[in-house]
Design a protein around this ligand. Structure first.
Ligand SMILES: CC(C)(COP(=O)(O)OP(=O)(O)OC[C@H]1O[C@@H](n2cnc3c(N)ncnc32)[C@H](O)[C@@H]1OP(=O)(O)O)[C@@H](O)C(=O)NCCC(=O)NCCSC(=O)CC(=O)CCCCCCCCCCCCC(=O)O
Ligand code: NAI
Length: 695
């Protein structure tokens, strides 16, 4: 777990715990012994700590957080480093995060490769840097930088770390050689000034003001999250309390956060995000199927989604042909794309060099012939099956045989799009979420004909453009919108029964979602819901009229059509739900619990049906889709995790209650899987892919 070697007078302690050299219990034991050995060896005059393989330790082992704590603790081991009279050098490469950075802060010196990153990402798993990080970083950088790094969790590259004094020097080449060379250069220098616990925080006199500034920032930016607030309190303590008292405060806050449900949920989300990349489908999986190389791409339709998708592809360095039906729409699309990229450069999110390259990679066109040689097409025209089939048929005839043809459709069956071509194996769904350049989820969809190679390729493209991608089987609405369907429909029914959009939205916003269903509807465009409803009716051979309240015996909302007919399409027409007059009905307003249950339990029920049918392979696929597609608050883990927390029994009973009361809404027909799991009291560890069992 820790490889020990002596090079002349320098002992090298190389942490060896792949993949990320996390400080698991065995590593702590190994490091503790190696430190003792190096201290006792009179021939050793200096010590180097580094990581084997791809990285310096990336922190504590998150999987151990739910197990009883085993000694020695990280702080106990690290304190030996600061106390020794032999200089200790942290030689950093890869990612030096969390407990890894804390280890480095106990060393007397820190050197790093230029490409290395350091940071305290603990806040993202609902905790704080609990091995003295909140007390030691401010002693090095001052409060402002420490508050920023610890409350945001952002990683910084070595040049920025050098500027703040977190590292002493940058090096190129081999880590061990660089560590030894540096250690030799500091062998006989005094160490008192290198011990952070002896230092004071340089901007301590501004502690109140800086803490207030960050407290209001985190309350606004991370609404509902507990950890950022406790990070501010702990970091402030480094300036207002003596070192040891500050450590006690950090430890108290850490224990509180570890016990809070939020951290467990955020850790579940961390592992789920990684679990969904291990996709599987009939005939292949992430291990057996290899992605095809993709260089040039095309996006058809430069509207709300097409422009956002083009931005994602351009920023990742893909060439993008942007195709529109007329010059005016094309010019508007190009203007939108430029605006998004320029805005992102202004906010410091996109480097200027990436933006400049993106400008050269964008190829606006109105000629389908220009698309003949591209490797991947993503279609994002209106939600209309015949139009999409017409376009796919044209592309099939015109594009080279290896081109993958994908649709950004929100709901249409990928099989029915694929059959318009003779290359069904190369047709798939790539469903982005609005705004496509911002939302992290990419829902990739396979039809009965899609090949595993196509799936592997679009999953790979998803990763390269920085999305969290899930792979699901095609069905009406796929995973996300199918499960979100009852949520949206119930929201409309609640309005018909007397609630207001503001009331419904505020219940969901109080749960932690950044926007309720009506604000989200305004953002996406209310015509989409109408078109989905009309397409569905058409596919069943039904003509809907303005007052249709049922479709094939199923309750539907008339509001979808009302909004559409009145041109209230949301943000894009400047009016949507938020300029809709308050209905003056006399019906009793449903209470908040009912709003929450009807919106959430209906989609949880759908989630279990999605699992039952194999549309999603695991509950993690569902939860990650909600986290990254609908901004579900990570501290609640995702709707399936949330359902498990509430108790499947209770959820099942309430679903039965609503089924009795709303017999015309098939989304209330209870899921058989939910019934089975709740009856048999099956723990989540047995119906998920394993993420939950790691906690
Ligand atoms: C490091 C990364 C940037 C690498 O990214 P990438 O290359 O993309 O690989 P991934 O696919 O993300 O990861 C590969 C694989 O590794 C798993 N993994 C990653 N990090 C960890 C980890 N820290 N612990 C366990 N496993 C990890 C990951 O899940 C993948 O495996 P898979 O899921 O099977 O696919 C990236 O991975 C990353 O950002 N990682 C997270 C880094 C992070 O959050 N670090 C901080 C950890 S928390 C920490 O350090 C806390 C502290 O500050 C001190 C702890 C004090 C605690 C006191 C309370 C007592 C509780 C008992 C614990 C005992 C600790 C003690 O002694 O004090
Ligand atoms: N708006 C949203 O929130 C989301 C929409 N989607 C899906 O994305 C697709 C596009 O939706 P939006 O971007 O919102 O629509 P939009 O109306 O904003 O843009 C569609 C664009 O396609 C162009 N177009 C139409 N026919 C064309 C043709 N034959 N050739 C070239 N261009 C053509 C139109 O001129 C228009 O600019 C739809 O299938 C929709 O269901 C998917 C996820 C979210």
């Amino acid at each position: 777990m820790v490889d020990y070697s002596v090079h002349g007078q320098v002992a090298v302690l190389e942490v060896n715990n792949p993949p990320v050299n996390a400080f698991s219990h065995n590593v702590r034991v190994g490091l503790d012994r190696s430190i003792d050995k190096a201290i006792k060896d009179t021939n050793v005059k200096a010590i180097v700590i580094c990581g084997k393989g791809r990285t310096f330790p990336a922190g504590a082992d998150i999987r151990e957080f739910d197990q009883p704590h085993k000694e020695p603790s990280l702080t106990l081991v690290f304190e030996k480093l600061e106390k020794t009279t032999k200089p200790v050098v942290a030689a950093i490469h890869g990612t030096c995060l969390g407990g890894g950075l804390e280890c480095a802060l106990f060393c007397h010196y820190r050197i790093a490769q230029k490409t290395a990153r350091v940071g305290f990402p603990e806040v993202q798993i609902g905790i704080l840097p609990g091995a003295a990080g909140t007390q030691r970083l401010p002693r090095l950088t001052g409060l402002h930088v420490a508050m920023d790094m610890i409350t945001s969790g952002r990683h910084i590259f070595a040049p920025e770390a050098l500027k703040y004094g977190i590292i002493d020097e940058m090096f190129t080449g081999d880590v061990i050689n660089a560590g030894i060379k540096f250690a030799k250069s500091v062998m006989n220098k005094p160490l008192e000034d290198r011990c952070l616990m002896n230092k004071t925080v340089k901007d301590a006199d501004q502690a109140d003001q800086i803490a207030d500034e960050f407290m209001s920032l985190v309350k606004r930016k991370y609404k509902g999250f507990e950890a950022p607030i406790d990070c501010v309190k702990a970091v402030k303590a480094s300036a207002t309390l003596p070192y040891r008292e500050g450590l006690k405060m950090e430890s108290r806050l850490m224990q509180k956060l570890l016990l809070s449900g939020q951290s467990a949920a955020q850790r579940y989300a961390f592992f789920s995000e990684r679990a969904v990349s291990r996709w599987k489908m009939p005939g292949g999986n992430f291990q057996t199927a290899k992605p095809l190389p993709i260089k040039s791409t095309a996006v058809i339709g430069a509207g709300t989604m097409g422009t956002g998708i083009a931005v994602c592809l351009l920023n990742a360095g893909y060439q993008v042909y942007l195709l529109e039906q007329n010059q005016k729409f094309l010019e508007n699309g190009v203007k939108t794309i430029r605006g998004i990229i320029e805005g992102s450069v202004r906010l410091g999110k996109t480097p200027m060099a990436v933006a400049q390259k993106a400008a050269t990679l964008l190829k606006p066109t109105m000629k389908y012939e220009d698309l003949a040689d591209v490797d991947l097409v993503i279609e994002a025209v209106y939600e209309n099956l015949s139009l999409k089939r017409e376009i796919f048929s044209k592309l099939d005839k015109l594009c080279k045989p290896t081109t993958l043809l994908c649709s950004n459709t929100s709901s249409l069956d990928i099989d029915r799009i694929g059959t318009a071509t003779k290359r069904g194996d190369k047709v798939a769904g790539m469903h982005f979420f609005a705004p496509a350049y911002y939302m992290r989820l990419l829902e990739n969809i396979y039809s009965t004909q899609t090949s595993p190679t196509t799936a592997a390729t679009i999953m790979d493209v998803g990763r390269k453009i920085g999305k969290v991608s899930v792979l699901v089987k095609s069905c009406q609405g796929f995973l996300a919108n199918r499960m979100r369907g009852p949520f949206a429909v119930e929201a409309y029914f609640l309005l018909e029964e007397g609630s207001t959009p503001q009331e419904v939205d505020s219940v969901m916003e109080n749960l932690g979602m950044p926007m309720g269903p009506f604000k989200t509807g305004d953002l996406s465009g209310l015509d989409i819901g109408y078109k989905i409803q009309t397409e569905l009716a058409k596919s069943k051979g039904v003509e809907l009229s303005v007052d249709s309240k049922f479709l094939m015996g199923e309750r539907i909302s008339t509001l979808t059509r009302t909004m559409y007919d009145n041109g209230r399409l949301g943000r894009k027409t400047g009016k949507g739900w938020y300029r809709y007059e308050k209905p003056g009905g006399k019906l009793a307003t449903p209470d908040e619990e009912e709003i929450l249950e009807r919106l959430m339990y209906s989609c949880i029920n759908e989630g279990f049906k999605i699992l039952e049918e194999g549309v999603a392979a695991t509950p993690e696929d569902i939860d990650i889709s909600w986290i990254y597609g609908f901004s579900w608050p990570k501290y609640l883990g995702g709707p399936m995790y949330y359902a498990n927390r509430i108790g499947l029994d209770k959820i099942y009973q309430r679903i039965c209650y609503y089924h009795e009361n709303f017999p015309y809404s098939s989304h209330w027909i209870p899921s058989r899987l939910l019934l089975k799991l709740s009856e048999n009291k099956v723990p989540m560890s047995q119906w998920c892919s394993g993420t939950d069992s790691k906690l």
